[in-house]
Structure formats: C-alpha cells, structure tokens
Design a protein around this ligand. Structure first.
Ligand code: M6R
Length: 616
C-alpha cells in the first residue's frame, strides 16, 4: 500500500518523481503528493484522489525547478483521503517533508508527547508525528540527517518506510525501512529510492535491496546504508531483469487486459530452465538440504486472496504427488489460532508482491516455531523471499492491475514445481513420471493461448449479464478454488455479490439463493479425469437449473454431455485434470474484466483496494 519515490540527480526531480508515481499508482490511489527542495525551502503540492488530480494541480500551479524530490501515492489507513492527509507531511518549523508507507502503531502516544512540547498535528495521519520528530532530532544532531532519521526510527513501533528531504539540504534524501518495502536504484550521477523498482526501471536496472531496520542516506553519487544504530551495512545488489516496457500498457486499454493476454508467455517463463543438466528440477534459491526435505511431515501454505486460491489448487497436486498432508491457511488467520507447526513443517508462503504483511507475519511466526520456509513469489528481492529458506520465483513480469491474473497461473505452476521437487527428493515419483507431468506443464502455455480465443464470446456474455444482482460459481476438486477465484475477481472489479461454492455443498444451504434468472457459472471437470466428479457436477447443474438458474457452463472441448444443461457454453481445451485451473480460470478473468467495464468501473484501480497490502 502507498507508493513512495525519492530522487536525487541532475534531471528535473518533478518529472522523475511524477513518472515514478504513475508507475506505482497501483499501490494506492486515495491521494498523491510531491515535495522538491529549492534552495533553503521546500515546494510541496498534494491532492486527494488519483494522481491525475495532482497532475492537474501541478499544471495550474507548477513546482519550482529542482533536482531533488520525493513523491507519494496513498492508500489511506489513519485519516480519510483528503488534501490535508495526503503526503508529504511537513514538520512544524517547515523544514522537513516526509512520506510514509505502513502504520506507526505508537503514534497516539507520540502525538500526545509532541502536544506537551507545543506541537499540534494538523492532519489525522499517524505519519505526521514522524515529520515532527525528524525535525526535532535534526536540530539536536547538527543537521546530520541520517542520524536524525535513525533516532526517529528508534522511537517508532509498527511497519514503516519513511523518506524525507530537508530545506537547505539540496543534495540528500534519507530513507528508512522496517517491514514495509523499499529498494534503491543506482544510476550514473543520480540515485533513487522507491517502494518498487517499477518507479525507476526506465532510468536504471541496477538496484540494491535494503534490509530490515536500515537507514539509507543518498546523494547523487553516494549511497550509505546503516542499521538503526549507525553501523554501516552493505545492501544486496541485484539487476532488474525486465524493462520499462513490461510495465506499460503496450497498446491495450487496460493493464488487466494486457496481463490476461500475457499469460501464455508468463506460464512459459515460470517453467523455463527448471530442469538441470542432470535431469533434476531446479529452484531459484535453496538453503534446505535433501535430508531436511525428507524429514518434512506436513506442509502449510500461507497466503491471501488470489494467492490463497493458488494454494488451494496446489494442495490437490502436492498431496497426490507426495502424500504429504497440505493445509492451506489464510495468512491473516494463521498465527492467531495457535497452529501446529514445528521443525518438520514446510511453510510455503505464496505472494505476488512478496510484501503482503499478513503473509509475511504468518511466515515469520512459522519460522519462530522452527518450521522451514519456502517462498513462491513474483517480485525478486522482496521481503518474503528474503526471509525464506528456499525461493521459487514465478517470473510473471510486473503485474500492475490490482486484480491478479498472470500471478495466479504462475503461482499454480510454481507450487506444482515445488510438489514435483519434493516428490523427486523423497522418491515418491519416478523420474519418468515427473517428466510426464513436466510435459503436461510445458503444454500449458499453448492451451492458455487457445482459451484466450474464447474471450470475445465471454465479453459479450458479461455485457448481457451486467444488470445481474449476483453471480454464483460452482466447481468440484480443483474447480472449487477456481470458483472461489472467479467470485473474488467479480467482487473486486464489478462490485457485485459473487460467491464460489464447492458444487456438492450447494444442497447444504446455498441452493436457497437460487432464483429465476440467477447466473450460475459451473466449472466442469474433465470426464476423462475422475468420471464420478464429472457426473456429480452434471447433477448439481441440473439442480440449479431446475430452480430457474441461468447456467453458464465451462467445459472442455468434446464434452457433449454438458450441452443440454448449458444456457451458455464456454469451451476450454481438453487438458489433464490438474492442469484444468490454468485454462478454466482465464474465461473468469475475462468475464470479471468485461463486467466491470460494462458497469463503467475503473478496472485497473478498483475502489478501496491497493495492489500490495503492506498493513495487517
Ligand atoms: O501480493 P500478494 O500475492 O501477496 O497479494 C495477495 C492478495 O492481496 C491478492 O492476491 C489480492 O487478493 C488480489 N487483488 C486479487 O485479485
């Protein structure tokens, strides 16, 4: 949540910062603001609403020319999305401008202490206390900005990324990080800090990971990192493997459309290079030994939202291949219910961003109990992989639309690879069996490509159903998490009631929701898989149809048995059972995107949401 960018160099800071904010607006769009340092003063503009509002303001009332600046795009936590609560926040003496991502948990006490010293807050945010504290410390440590930031951080509880600039410090940006994300971009005669590399990838691909509880002091030709007590530490360098074009719309109207269309390529990239020369599967980072993996007697997947649904899909495959029990847990619930995890538990954290706070906290909790941790993540160098014992990156490329699409498919691929890896190490499967599944996986990009051809029909259907009050989704086996995912997409994009059910569960209550004309989307398993599942869902479809539901049936090519029960039929290519989520999810993504478009919603930036949820 919240996108943060800071720049120092030779370019116009305004252009660089606004460009960075544009690329990070997916992180929050309740308000935006920018500050530049001009001689002995700060020039600041901020505005509630999307970045476009700030840009209009800047058009009418331009900032002064400057080569050092910071910018922020907000997802509101403390205080509503107003102009006053927009960042940057300024210290009482006007000398410090500061932006923040995260939550300062002890802000009420700090606010009261400031009030006793005669400093009243002007906003309702938790952030403002940090601006005042930084200014106070700066006065006490002879203008040493990094030291002032360290002292400030030592007073704060919670999760925070802070970036600050100071009037008359024309060449230095200071930033700090605890829990919330922050990366440094290293340019020639210029440097950047940002929540996400997307903010500066068009200027440099050389970056540094900032660790936990670290402060960075950055000038145009120098970057010094210390811990919160002043000990100098090294950042971990990495190279960004994608270019700025990957984070552009590339001719599509919407990022979501582009990301749906990219899925064949993303799935192929997630699979690339996974077989070593010796025929063994390869993960990206593996700090667990084979004997540790052989000791595992339980797997716990922790994840949120779409990533949680990917975990639910993976459970079917991993249990089938390895015979290890797999629990899939909502990360936000996990550590509050005294879960049973120990040194023989493998915790798999699935996260596109690698920064989701609920998932990070669940992962840390599991590790504290002695569990091993494996991350499945799209964002190289983010916190969740950094804190894990093993990492498998999904290589889906940047996902900008708030609704997850290619991340979901590639998370399933990655989780399947983990299952196969475990089966290989533990000897649950023969090499040729693993190779056969890898062949099925390698065929998936083509199948996903084929299913994209059905998009036009699905879009027309969505336009027809735009007035529906509610849509239900039913599935069995791996089709059940797909039903949950279809419903989540529709809720977050079309703002309508949508629910996913295990089809067999309908008769235990939800069937009461069926009324004439209610659209029910039915995900039909292959008759070539477990025939019994296929037959049972046909019965479930008839049950809802008998009560007046309008049935939209997703079934594989050649399955003619469904035709008579379908008011609308969406065909997907015939693929093996465990590969079906890769094809059946795609029409549901297209459906939600088209439904939201038909209703006139902002598809890429749905209301109340942010791409990366870095608060609990
Ligand atoms: O970055 P993560 O994968 O950890 O994010 C988890 C969820 O917040 C995310 O999948 C969310 O549910 C999506 N917006 C759904 O489309």
């Amino acid at each position: 949540m919240c996108g943060i960018v800071g720049y120092v160099g030779e370019k116009q800071a305004l252009e660089v910062v606004v460009d960075g904010l544009r690329r990070m607006e997916y992180r929050g769009y309740d308000s935006a603001g920018i500050a530049v340092v001009v001689g002995d003063h700060l020039d600041i503009r901020k505005k509630a609403g999307k970045l476009a509002n700030l840009e209009s303001l800047l058009g009418a009332d331009p900032l002064e020319a400057a080569t050092l600046g910071i910018g922020h795009t907000r997802w509101a936590t403390h205080g509503g999305p107003t102009d006053i609560n927009a960042h940057p926040h300024v210290s009482a003496d006007g000398s410090v401008a500061l932006i923040h991502n995260g939550i300062i948990e002890n802000f009420a006490r700090l606010r009261d202490e400031l009030a006793q010293r005669g400093i009243e807050l002007t906003s309702q945010t938790d952030t403002e206390v940090a601006a005042h504290l930084l200014a106070e410390h700066l006065g006490q440590c002879e203008g040493d900005l990094a030291e002032a930031m360290r002292r400030t951080c030592r007073q704060l509880d919670g999760a925070f990324t802070l970036v600050a600039v100071v009037a008359d410090h024309q060449d230095v940006v200071v930033a700090a990080r605890r829990n919330s994300p922050l990366v440094i971009g290293l340019g020639e005669g210029e440097n950047f800090v940002a929540s996400d590399v997307a903010a500066f990838v068009s200027y440099t691909r050389q970056a540094l990971e900032l660790g936990q509880d670290q402060v960075v002091e950055m000038t145009r030709d120098r970057v010094v990192i210390t811990d919160f007590f002043g000990e100098v530490v090294e950042g971990k360098p990495f190279t960004i493997t994608w270019d700025a074009a990957a984070a552009e719309k590339g001719g599509y109207d919407l990022f979501m459309q582009k990301e749906i269309a990219e899925q064949p390529r993303a799935v192929a990239d997630a699979l690339r290079g996974r077989f070593g020369v010796d025929g063994q599967l390869v993960l990206d980072e593996m700090r667990l030994t084979d004997s540790q993996l052989r000791e595992i007697d339980k797997i716990v997947v922790v994840a949120c939202g779409t990533a949680f649904h990917a975990g639910l899909v993976a459970k079917y495959a991993i249990e089938h291949w390895t015979r290890i029990p797999v629990d899939v847990e909502l990360a936000s619930e996990f550590r509050y219910r005294d879960p049973i995890v120990d040194a023989r538990t493998l915790t798999i954290a699935i996260s596109q961003s690698g920064e989701t706070m609920d998932t990070l906290m669940a992962l840390r909790y599991a590790r504290e109990q002695g569990a091993q941790a494996l991350a499945i993540c799209n964002t190289v160098g983010s916190t969740i992989p950094r804190e894990s014992d093993a990492v498998l990156y999904t290589y889906a490329g940047p996902e900008i639309a708030v609704a997850s699409t290619k991340a979901f498919l590639t998370q399933i691929i990655a989780a399947y690879l983990v299952g196969l890896y475990l089966a290989q190490v533990r000897g649950n499967m023969y090499g040729d069996e693993i190779a056969a599944v890898m062949k099925e996986l390698n065929d998936a990009p083509q199948a996903v490509d084929l299913v994209l051809d059905t998009s036009e029909g699905v879009e027309q259907l969505a336009a027809e159903l735009a007035e529906a009050r509610s849509v239900l989704f039913i599935g069995r086996h791996v089709g059940y998490p797909v039903a949950l995912e279809g419903a989540l997409k529709l809720k977050e994009l079309a703002y309508m009631h949508a629910e996913g059910f295990a089809a067999g569960e309908l008769k235990h209550g939800p069937i009461a929701l069926i009324e004439p004309g209610l659209p029910v989307i039915c995900i039909v398993p292959s008759p070539r898989g477990r025939a019994v599942l296929h037959d049972k869902i046909l019965s479930n479809i008839q049950e809802v149809r008998a009560r007046g539901a309008r049935t939209i049936v997703i079934a594989e090519e050649g399955d003619e048995s469904v035709t008579e029960f379908a008011d609308h039929l969406i065909r997907v290519p015939a693929v093996p059972t465990l590969m079906q989520p890769l094809v059946t999810t795609v029409p549901l993504q297209v459906f939600a995107c088209a439904m939201a478009t038909a209703k006139g919603h902002d598809v890429d930036q749905p209301r109340n949401l942010a791409k990366s949820v870095t608060v609990e």
